[in-house]
Design a binder for this molecule. Structure first.
Ligand SMILES: NC(=O)C1=CN([C@@H]2O[C@H](COP(=O)(O)OP(=O)(O)OC[C@H]3O[C@@H](n4cnc5c(N)ncnc54)[C@H](OP(=O)(O)O)[C@@H]3O)[C@@H](O)[C@H]2O)C=CC1
Ligand SMILES: O=C(O)C1=N[C@H](C(=O)O)C[C@H](O)C1
Length: 264
């Protein structure tokens, strides 16, 4: 039985993960974390499911001594604190949080020399399959097509573009032998002039309870190819995260992405 800790236990993903763990045969929730000022501190982690587990939500990172793997969907600053505690307690980590800057990404890379890390902007199997489809499409449509990445999410999301949209841009840019930072148009406003060839544009919608939509457009002369993924709930993110935790069970160190976990 692999002992799992959840960070952000009262969040949208935290709760989805706790529910998924409760339905699994091989994973056991042993630690539920939230930040010190969270109103959830002191509550039972499965109270929202109408039953108690005996695991009380805490802000004490020393509780990680009771876990084999932490699954973290919080905010970059929280994840980096948790990462450090995971190194102290030799606990592997699955990071789903998005919005890291370069220093945050470097800290995750560094930590993977002492613990096992899965770090991915999207844990869903469907989205990771979509990355593969995009790679194929971008290699075929490598001239004469303008690429635009569109994403839509719920009104509570704090980072933009989504980590998944950025990854989609990276997949296309890399297939074209480019770095995304050199070709990205992150936003447009005012007199932008005509669109430059070879750029990858991004656009973002925030509203209501949209779980997560992503479309990559390959716009050519007289035709347009659209590759779309839509999430209608968060269960796919949780399922992929649990697969990542299982993947890390026999790993001591290393940085892994979801295509590696899924064997794609
Ligand atoms: N990789 C993937 O497949 C997916 C990634 N995500 C990413 O996961 C992250 C969380 O998303 P979601 O669950 O919707 O967000 P929520 O806001 O619903 O949940 C975040 C949780 O983390 C807590 N938290 C906030 N700040 C800190 C901190 N500094 N330290 C510790 N805990 C903190 C929140 O507490 P409080 O509410 O009290 O602030 C809350 O419990 C986002 O970055 C999102 O982009 C989301 C879905 C899928
Ligand atoms: O915040 C979310 O909800 C999501 N965030 C991830 C991202 O930024 O790509 C993954 C998914 O789209 C849901």
């Amino acid at each position: 039985m692999t002992r799992i800790a959840i960070a952000g236990a009262s969040g949208r993903m935290g709760r989805t993960l706790i529910e998924a763990i409760a339905q699994s045969d091989d994973l056991r929730l042993t630690v539920a974390l939230d930040h010190v000022s969270s109103p959830a501190i002191g509550q039972d982690a499965t109270a929202f499911l109408g039953r108690n587990s005996g695991v009380i939500i805490t802000s004490s990172l020393d509780a990680l001594a009771q876990a084999d793997c932490l699954i973290d969907f919080t905010r970059p600053e929280g994840t980096l604190e948790h990462l450090s505690a995971c190194q102290t307690h030799r606990v592997n980590i699955v990071i789903g949080t998005t919005g890291f800057d370069d220093a945050g990404k470097a800290a995750i890379n560094e930590a993977s020399q002492s613990i096992g890390v899965v770090f991915a902007p999207n844990m869903s199997i469907g989205v990771n399959a979509t990355f593969k489809l995009l790679d194929i499409a971008a290699r075929i449509l490598n001239a004469g097509y303008d690429v635009e990445v569109f994403e839509a999410h719920h009104k509570h999301k704090v980072d933009a573009p989504s980590g998944t949209a950025i990854k989609m841009g990276e997949v296309v840019a890399n297939a074209w032998g480019k770095n995304l930072d050199d070709v990205a148009i992150w936003s447009r406003e005012g007199h932008t002039g005509p669109r430059e060839t070879g750029k990858i544009g991004f656009s973002v919608v925030r509203g209501g309870d949209i779980v997560g939509d992503h479309t990559v457009y390959f716009c050519g002369a007289g035709e347009r190819i659209e590759i779309t993924h839509r999430s209608s709930n968060r269960a796919g993110y949780a399922e992929g995260s649990l697969r990542a935790a299982r993947y890390l069970a026999n790993k001591k160190t290393g940085l892994y992405d979801m295509p590696t976990v899924l064997g794609l």
